[in-house]
Ligand binder design. Sequence first.
Ligand SMILES: C[S@@+](CC[C@H](N)C(=O)[O-])C[C@H]1O[C@@H](n2cnc3c(N)ncnc32)[C@H](O)[C@@H]1O
Length: 334
Amino acid sequence: MSRSSAKGKEVMKDKREGERGAGDSSDSYSDTDALDSRLENFPYIEAFGHKYHSSGKIFLAFDESERERCEVQHKLYRHSLDGALTSTRLPLDTTRILDLGTGTGTWAIEMAARYPQAQITGVDVYPIQRRKGVPPNVKFEIDDVENPWSAADDSLDFVHARSIAGGVRDWPALLRQACTKLKPGGLFEMTEISIHVCDFDGKFAEAELCPEFLQLFRDMSERVGVDFSPSPRVPEWLVDANFEKIVQRSEILPVGSWAQDEKMRTRQKLMNSILNKDYVLENHCSLLFQTCGWTKEQFDALVPSFWQEIQAAQVRPYVTAVFTTARKPREEPS
Ligand SMILES: C[S@@+](CC[C@H](N)C(=O)[O-])C[C@H]1O[C@@H](n2cnc3c(N)ncnc32)[C@H](O)[C@@H]1O
């Protein structure tokens, strides 16, 4: 069995695990779904064997490995929200939804089933969205979400952005655009998994594991102008963009083998599955490390120390999923 099919099998197993309790009835995305014909000649640059956008500004790969990883991550997010698709409670009359960096489009498609009256648009730089089972109230557009959006001002009910941090240069500008395009009273939600790996001591701890690797990652991200962990600064940017009712909520995602109860064990299994070398490390690091002058051999030599530290017996490592929600102020009665 090839390395990629062996990995695929492991992922499918983890997907089934993650589905329990997630309340998700949709089919799993797989590359047996017909791919968009635009992918055939889609220009790309390659880093350590992974494909990235030809602009060089999106530090998130789009090959099969990354598409599979996003599906597992989607299960993990749903599981962390007890099966829900959003952290914020959306009004039933929500009609216009924009999903920034929609990826394979799975979230948009599942939202369409939950909100059949809504029109959902998913935007991404890559034409990697599912082709099968796309309901009529979902459409996909290929664009950079940092460009001006086609939606009219004051027209959207909900703007959603999940795990797009590796492709955004100017968060304050993006959030200002979100506020402009939302209707008064419209809602915004952004979700990211933090890159800090901490040691759980019964509460949210500060002690960071793998500090050398993570510092290197942060330094390189700064050099290329991307912030893979924007969540701590998002509330301040939301205030500046004129949002109100800003709420941030974190969920622990255990890594390794220490979680006790079934709920946490499921999260841990999904998190382990995406935080391995082939997935999050290669897909998020290859272009970054290559741009900063590393060779694949140097990168491959560095990664085992990261895992050794994480898997050390005495620690209970975790990362966090951070859900940030906000509202555009309602119109003042005149
Ligand atoms: C890790 S995937 C997450 C996909 C989806 N949001 C989810 O949570 O399942 C990140 C996606 O964001 C897209 N993305 C990142 N920056 C973008 C940008 N500036 N414009 C459009 N898409 C972007 C990437 O192309 C990629 O498909």
